[in-house]
Design a binder for this molecule. Structure first.
Ligand SMILES: [Zn+2]
Length: 211
């Protein structure tokens, strides 16, 4: 490499305005990153009932909860895309594809939990990529505040839909245990599912305000 071409030296006085232009560009990029779309993914559906005790099926609870979240987010002026809005089976890759379809979006998968023996209780929120951690934390905090259910925390996991939604922050919310008689008695009432939905929606809105 030889000495720098002299025309670069002549350009030096312009570096200040170039730097300003660069900062302005960065700010525009940050502004553009504020999301305006939420992809809601009610777990399971159709032949896939998810967790089930008697006639209490996770697929019904997840869809009802997601619909409530949808209404709340629309009131906040957000665009909401549902991976399913009725009782149909959607393969996991199609759900993740929906999570990757939109720019400036979030992906929130809604599930209810199950464990053998029925001792597990409470709510937890999962992320995979670090980009989902903050969103998971907001949703978990508001979900616990709104429902007073046991706080099982924010956790990292390898679930298909959040692993393969790579374009946007992606989380999976477990809204209580179908296998736990106390959790189940709560989640079977519309009043309690409304509170769960409020917690999730408030977490999303708080995340938006903070970013
Ligand atoms: Zn599930």
């Amino acid at each position: 490499m030889g000495p720098p071409p002299t025309h670069l030296l002549h350009d030096l006085p312009r570096m200040g305005s170039l730097r300003l232009a660069f900062i302005a560009l960065c700010l525009c990029t940050l502004t553009a990153r504020a999301f305006d779309t939420v992809v809601l993914d009610p777990g399971h559906g159709g032949h896939d009932r998810g967790a089930a005790i008697g006639y209490v099926f996770e697929k019904h609870l997840a869809l009802d909860t997601a619909r409530r979240v949808e209404q709340l987010l629309k009131k906040e002026g957000l665009r909401v895309v549902m991976t399913r809005s009725r009782d149909v089976f959607i393969p996991l890759p199609d759900r993740a594809a929906a999570g990757n379809r939109y720019g400036n979006a979030l992906f929130v998968s809604i599930h209810y939990n199950y464990n053998r023996g029925g001792s597990g209780s409470g709510v937890e929120t999962y992320y995979h990529a670090s980009s989902g951690y903050s969103l998971a934390s907001y949703i978990q905090a508001y979900l616990v505040q709104r429902t007073r259910m046991i706080n099982r925390g924010v956790k990292s996991a390898n679930f298909h839909v959040i692993r393969n939604t790579t374009r946007n922050p992606a989380v999976l919310v477990e809204c209580g245990f179908v296998s736990n008689s106390s959790d189940r008695s709560h989640m079977m009432t519309g009043e309690f599912r409304a509170r769960i939905a409020e917690g999730i929606a408030q977490g999303i809105v708080a995340f938006k305000r903070a970013h």
